[in-house]
Design a protein around this ligand. Structure first.
Ligand code: PHB
Length: 361
């Protein structure tokens, strides 16, 4: 039976083990929305993860929704990320960059020329974001026109190319947590007519076109995707039929031959089996519908992770907060060592404290 500590062939990319550092927003990409020397050190310290998925990184200035998150749309961002990937590779690790567009989870003060956020809809959620003035309600969005879609898809293509140019081993398209792509997927948000609204086929069209385009650009073996069928994160109701929606989506992704699907099970950072759900979600059925490499996330302990790998219910396990507080998490799991406590007040923003100063064994 496979274990967490066995190596893994991720569509031709060798991973030393099956523990993945999940994408984690840290709001320290300053100045210039790009990684700095501390970012390099932070990821270098965690390079014994089988795979690092970077913090969510905006594909364009319009994709930003929080202060001091990094981008991958300018030459100096590509260069700065190059220092991160060099350090991770020198330490024996692998990294995929998570490509992000927040859609309507943003504020005019974070966007070029005070623009309104863009989405599938012009309806505003009650969500909050963090801007220069602190926590603020998100701004009312503007619904994207159908004739803007080719430009948006091309922004994903360019960002993927930039991530590879920066030395990343691949990219993960962020289609989770009710940011832009889930704002198209769900009928609880997407109120469009036309090719990108209405039927499941139409609501999944944008994600599928982005995945096709990005796969053509950098090779399908370097492209993963993150989904979160049941989360209500960012004040967003579930789809009326999540099982049908996400099954259709992974069936469209299957023929592309992508590196993996990464699923947040349940509420992001919360209950794995939300009690308010109309029906429990069948993740095993979704895995079977996809048929390829399956990465899971959300509250996995070492024991849960080990049995998921042993039973074959997942190929890779993504771990979030414990990787923040334990740079050597893989070794600590393997040796049964104690874990460092997370300093929750240092998750977002700030400097080295709570970022690069967690001790190794
Ligand atoms: C966050 O900034 O809190 C955040 C970012 C991306 C996610 C989830 C949460 O997917």
């Amino acid at each position: 039976m496979p274990t967490l500590y066995d190596s893994f062939d991720l569509s031709g990319i060798h991973l030393d083990n099956r523990l993945v550092m999940a994408p984690l927003t840290r709001n320290r990409a300053t100045p210039g929305n790009k990684p700095n020397a501390l970012t390099v050190e932070y990821y270098r310290q965690r390079a014994t993860a089988g795979l690092i998925i970077t913090e969510a990184t905006q594909i364009s200035p319009m994709g930003q929704g929080y202060i001091d998150t990094p981008g991958i749309y300018s030459a100096d961002q590509i260069e700065a990320w190059g220092s991160v990937s060099d350090a991770v590779h020198a330490a024996g690790g692998k990294l995929f960059m998570q490509l992000w567009h927040v859609g309507r989870i943003s504020h005019t003060s974070l966007l070029p020329d005070g623009a309104s956020p863009v989405s599938s809809t012009d309806r505003k959620p009650n969500a909050m974001t963090f801007a220069a003035e602190g926590f603020v309600e998100v701004s009312a969005p503007r619904a994207l026109r159908d004739d803007e879609m080719p430009g948006l898809i091309d922004d994903y293509r360019k960002a993927a190319r930039n991530a590879i140019d920066a030395g990343c081993d691949g990219v993960e398209i962020h289609s989770a947590n009710n940011y832009l792509l889930e704002q198209f997927l769900r009928d609880s948000v997407n109120d469009r007519s036309g090719p990108y609204g209405g039927s499941i086929e139409n609501r999944t069209r944008l994600v599928v076109e982005i995945m096709q385009t990005v796969c053509r650009e950098v090779g399908a073996n370097r492209v993963g995707i993150r989904l979160s069928p049941m989360t209500t994160f960012n004040d967003t109701p579930r789809d009326s039929d999540p099982q049908a929606l996400y099954t259709y989506l992974v069936e469209q992704l299957k023929p592309l031959g992508i590196a993996y699907v990464h699923v947040v099970e349940g509420e992001t950072g919360g209950a794995r089996e939300p009690e308010d759900a109309a029906r429990p979600f069948d993740y095993n059925a979704l895995k079977a519908a996809f048929g390829g490499c399956w990465m899971v996330n959300n509250g996995y302990s070492k024991e849960m992770a080990g049995s998921a790998i042993a039973q074959g219910s997942a190929d890779l396990i993504a771990i979030g907060r414990p990787f923040i507080s334990n740079p050597d998490l893989v070794r600590r799991f393997e040796e049964g060592a104690e874990l460092n406590q997370l300093q929750e007040d240092k998750l977002y923003g700030g400097g080295a404290a709570g970022y690069t100063d967690y001790p190794t064994l």
